[in-house]
Design a protein around this ligand. Structure first.
Ligand code: EPU
Length: 421
């Protein structure tokens, strides 16, 4: 389990490019199972969640060939296997997308209960509700989920909570079901639209992606296609926050600003100066005199829970008290203890925290307890006085492509120390 060692206090400047979206890629890869021809995915992020998803396909019998570092050709032609290897599946949350894709393709699926970041209770009842509505029998025993359906038939699916995963899975299972499926109270995240764009290129008939009602008319066959994955809005947002905290003048390239409106407006409220030029945002770091702000995480287009932890690190540098309310994962605050070790003054109160700033941060030995906690600690380490050592970097590698290399090009002093497991 690698470590990062960061020498804080070096101002960042230059250009940095955002990779493809993790939370789209991990659904797009299983989605390829649904078609009867090879597919090419472009702008595939070099992160471990993607390697695991591709390895699952490979272990199941698919042909997976990298054309270059970020382009991969996948052929599932002739694949008959509907069981996902346990060891790979349990290592990531998004392995649950194999449930919907395999059910859609074969009418059956066997996948272990998903792993992923420890963010508190993360049920999959809405995924199962959607599969049942389409005619599948769901059985969970000894940590394995078994789905079987004689035939999948379109139906009305009302999701009791707005869930990215359940919306994706309902779509994956429904695209080849017979008849019409209507998903109500669907999630609207850009990653959902990206998956719908891939499925549409394959020949699926889907309307309403990006609204809370998605309508799917089942088709018998889906064909191969080439699809470029959208930029990762959470990586982009992390870089915006990082540049605000530690930057002089940083140009963040390959951004879709519309995907980041809630963060951009929060950063402006804090006093961060930014300029949008085409698909780049330039962050000017001359003002480090930030205003305290209040944040409430919400489903898209509200403030993303995945950016709550990185923003908390910046809020330690704001003058006064900021309040963060977490409505998606009420326990997503493990980064606060780590930031406090570095000199932050954060008080936890159930599903919210109060950040009392501005506090100088000092280097410390801290632990990335989850992916976005890791991002928050990187930001803190860049501005801290002295040396910060972040352990459990594998969490960060799940979602940020080559982050140490990218930061080095901006002038950060960061080293990866290989630690044997
Ligand atoms: N929920 C249920 N039942 C379900 C599904 C979800 O109660 O069947 C609840 C969850 O407990 C949570 C809320 O609904 O309180 C929203 O969860 P959602 O299903 O939307 O989350 P997810 O699909 O499991 C994805 C991302 C997360 C991101 C959330 C919220 C992927 C692979 N993961 O998770 O990303 O935080 O949506 O936007 O797409 C990350 O990238 O760091 C990350 C954790």
């Amino acid at each position: 389990m690698d470590k990062f060692v960061i020498h804080g206090g070096h101002r960042l400047s230059g250009e940095i490019e955002v990779s493809g979206a993790k939370n789209a890629a991990v659904a797009l890869i299983p989605a390829v199972l649904l078609c009867d021809e090879p597919c090419i995915l472009e702008n595939v992020p070099e992160i471990s969640d993607v390697s695991i998803s591709l390895r699952i396909l490979y272990e199941m019998g698919a042909q997976v060939d990298y054309i270059n570092r970020t382009t991969v050709r996948i052929s599932t032609v002739g694949l008959k296997n509907f069981c996902v290897p346990y060891e790979s599946a349990r290592r990531m949350r998004a392995s649950y997308y194999f449930l919907g894709a395999l059910l859609g393709k074969f009418g059956k699926a066997r996948v272990s209960m998903p792993g992923g970041c420890p963010l508190g209770d993360r049920p999959i009842d809405q995924h199962l509700k959607a599969f049942s509505a389409l005619g599948a029998k769901c059985d969970i025993q000894h940590g394995m989920v078994d789905l079987t359906a004689e035939k999948l038939t379109g139906n009305q699916i009302y999701l009791d909570v707005v869930s990215v995963g359940a919306t994706m899975n309902a779509m994956l299972a429904a695209v080849r079901a017979e008849g019409l499926t209507v998903i109500e109270n669907a999630a609207k995240e850009p990653e959902i639209i990206d998956v719908v764009n891939l499925l549409t290129k394959m020949g699926a008939k889907i309307r309403g992606a990006g609204t809370d009602t998605i309508t799917i008319e089942g088709v018998e066959h889906l064909k191969g296609c080439t699809h470029e994955i959208i930029p990762d809005r959470i990586e982009a947002g992390t870089f915006l926050i990082m540049a605000a905290a530690a930057g002089e003048r940083v140009i963040i390239q390959n951004i879709i600003p519309q995907h980041l409106e809630s963060l951009i407006s929060k950063l402006k409220e804090m006093g961060v100066k930014m300029e949008n030029v085409g698909d780049s945002i330039i962050v000017y770091g001359d003002n480090k005199n930030f205003n305290a702000v209040d944040v409430r995480t919400q489903v898209y287009p509200g403030f993303a829970t995945d950016l709550q932890q990185p923003l908390t690190a910046l809020l330690t540098q704001a003058n006064g008290q900021s309040q963060v309310i977490e409505t998606i994962y009420p326990e997503r605050f493990r980064h606060c203890e780590q930031l406090n070790k570095m000199g932050a003054n954060i008080e936890l109160d159930e599903s919210m925290c109060y950040i009392n700033g501005k506090t100088p941060l000092k280097g410390a030995k801290v632990e990335a307890t989850d992916l976005r906690c890791g991002a928050a600690l990187l930001i803190a380490g860049l501005i801290a006085d002295g040396i910060t050592e972040i352990s459990n970097v594998y969490h960060i590698d799940r979602g940020y492509a080559n982050i140490d290399q990218k930061l080095i090009t901006l002038g950060a002093v960061i080293r990866r120390i290989k630690v044997d497991d």
